[in-house]
Design a protein around this ligand. Structure first.
Ligand code: ZN
Length: 134
């Protein structure tokens, strides 16, 4: 894995959280995007080399809605950038990690993504992200 690509934070209200994080980081949201297949609306902020992804549920059965019901708002996942997501998924599988999908899926910010189950990763939801080659 190359680096932490972003940190995902689950929020109740993207607008309210967006302006909070804009003040906190002294920057502005550079992108918002709906990922209908994941049931989320996202907003991205950049501070120095680091990216923060805010996630709001689009519906009550979205994984983000479930997360907030159980744990409240807060850090939801850590995303790592990988060069070859298919190879990395195979490596993690062979090491005994549980992946949440068998294939990479289209994610926010024009990436291919795959999540690692937090139960197999020390309680942390890990996201692998690979830049899409267009
Ligand atoms: Zn993410």
């Amino acid at each position: 894995m190359n680096k932490v690509e972003h940190i995902g934070i689950a929020v109740n209200n993207l607008e309210a959280a967006g302006s909070l994080y804009e003040k906190l980081l002294n920057t502005t949201i550079y992108k918002t995007e709906e990922i209908a297949t994941e049931g989320v609306k996202t907003a991205f902020l950049q501070t120095g080399p680091n990216k923060i992804e805010l996630l709001e549920a689009l519906s009550a059965d979205s994984p983000i809605a479930k997360f907030i019901t159980q744990k409240g708002e807060g850090i939801h996942h850590i995303a790592f950038e990988v060069g070859d997501i298919v190879a990395e998924m195979a490596r993690l599988k062979s090491e005994g990690f549980v992946l949440l999908s068998d294939e990479p899926k289209p994610g926010a910010d024009n990436k291919l993504v795959c999540f690692v189950h937090p139960k197999s990763a020390g309680g942390v939801l890990v996201e692998l992200v690979q830049e899409r080659n267009i």
